[in-house]
Design a protein around this ligand. Structure first.
Ligand code: TYD
Ligand code: MG
Length: 433
């Protein structure tokens, strides 16, 4: 059976729905039904569909290739999103150099910076030989160019412009339309595309978040510009796991891979300081020991809760629980908390460390230097279990923590670490402080 489509008898404009007035020529009541065979997709047997290519294009940068799921997939589009200045151009340039070193042709579309600036950066990070670059940001010419290289890096998607569409570069409609066109062109040509996209701190304004469903993978490049540590994590990946994290350090000569992230995160830690507690997060399969810091001071107005790398509403909830179950009065205190090193500590497993850090600053009492804490805190102040306890404790033990507070339900044995099972916040405080 053929599908029916409505066609304007005045101008030929086609529509799937009945409309009273043709949006193209303005004629009234001009649509007539017409059968259209071209609209019917031809079903195919799934077993006959050819297998997608498994040949990954590797950058040779392990921390990146692993997060990509083994490398770039030909014909796919990866969005690398992050705040301005975080190092997206540096990361993609170093990756481009790696693709070239692996025998692939790479085109850099430089919409953000002049070719001179890009070449300067390439010299600084010791790469760039063999990478082609164009300063063009016009969508149709880019689509034309796409098939000429194995990998195309577009820096950034916000600088592209589709001339058929109204709106400035970077507007949500331009960004979406350009990403969709590039996606189609990538699938058709088999070239892999990396789109660089800026996001603001809340991750919404500049558009890349609205692109997530148009691309095959989304990598978030995170960190604090004031720190050297950078993390790349995948929040969506059609071709791999989203449980991986790549860790880098920003150096004067570019991004360097970090294999001992816990070590780097704890380098500046001072033991025996009030308001500091170490915990262990899981980033994918990787345990990361991290220091949680808190500061409680008398509020001069309404009490504030400010988290850096820690969700504000979580901080408010935990401060409220602490006040309720321990009697430590925080309602007239400003409470600041941060995950040291510029990473985000969003996992419930850091709750106990955060609560202990606040209690420690409020009581002006430091924890013992080799005590760490892991556990989620429930609304009644109970300490709840979290997954991967063994790996977390192993990592903390590797970093020199000999005593770890854990939820009472944790079924974990450790030879060289003293495991302290705690039922609730109150008993954790009385043990640790
Ligand atoms: P950049 O890659 O330009 O960030 P983005 O593309 O995300 O806006 O790099 C950002 C910062 O990194 C820049 O302010 C300088 C610093 N940087 C280094 O410290 N070392 C380097 O080798 C490079 C290239 C940059
Ligand atoms: Mg840039």
């Amino acid at each position: 059976m053929a599908a029916t489509i409505l066609v304007c008898i005045e101008c030929g404009h086609r529509s799937l729905q009945w409309i009273g007035r043709c949006p193209k020529c303005g004629a009234w009541e001009s649509f007539q039904g017409e059968s259209d065979n071209s609209l019917i997709p031809r079903p195919v047997r799934i077993a006959e569909v050819r297998q997608s290519s498994n040949d990954r294009i590797k950058s040779g940068i392990n921390e990146l290739d692993r997060v990509l799921g083994g490398g770039l997939v030909p014909g796919s589009v990866v969005l690398v999103a992050g705040e301005p200045g975080i190092g997206k151009s540096t990361l993609t340039l170093q990756a481009a150099a790696g693709f070239v070193a692996n025998g692939k042709s790479v085109l850099l579309v430089c919409g953000e910076e002049s070719l001179e600036q890009v070449a300067d950066r390439a010299r600084r990070v010791g790469g760039g030989v063999g990478i082609d670059a164009v300063p063009d940001t016009d969508l149709p010419s880019l689509v034309e160019l796409l098939s000429s290289h194995d990998v195309v890096v577009v820096d950034s998607i916000q600088t592209l412009r589709d001339p058929q569409l109204a709106g400035d570069q970077g507007s949500v409609s331009q960004v979406r339309s350009c990403a969709a066109a590039i996606g189609r062109a990538a699938r058709a040509s088999g070239s892999a595309v990396i789109l660089v996209g800026h996001v603001t701190k809340d991750g919404t304004v500049a558009g890349p978040r609205t692109l997530e469903h148009l691309v095959d993978a989304v990598l978030l490049f995170e960190g604090d510009r004031g720190h050297q540590l950078r993390a790349v994590r995948s929040v969506k990946n059609r071709y791999g796991s989203t449980a991986e994290l790549g860790v880098f350090e920003m150096r004067p000569d570019g991004l360097a891979q970090v294999s001992d992230a816990s070590g780097l995160l704890l380098t500046d830690r001072q033991a025996n300081v009030c308001g500091s507690v170490v915990t262990c997060m899981m980033e994918g399969r990787r345990p990361l020991a991290i220091e949680i810091q808190a500061l409680a001071i008398d509020a001069s107005g309404p009490a504030r809760r400010v988290g850096t790398g820690i969700d504000n509403s979580r901080l408010m909830t935990l401060a409220a629980i602490l006040e309720k179950v321990s009697g430590i009065i925080l309602s007239k205190k400003d409470v600041y908390a941060s995950a040291a090193g510029g990473l985000r500590a969003g996992e419930p497993a850091v709750d106990l460390a955060l609560v202990l850090a606040i209690a420690s600053t409020a009581k002006s009492k430091p924890l013992g230097p080799d005590i760490a804490a892991i556990g989620e805190v429930g609304l009644a102040g109970e300490i709840r279990g979290v997954p991967n306890m063994d790996r977390r404790i192993q990592e903390l033990s590797r970093m020199g923590f000999s005593t770890v507070l854990v939820p009472s339900s944790a079924s974990v044995e450790a030879e060289s670490t003293k495991i302290v099972r705690t039922v609730d916040v109150k008993s954790a405080i009385s043990f640790a402080l």
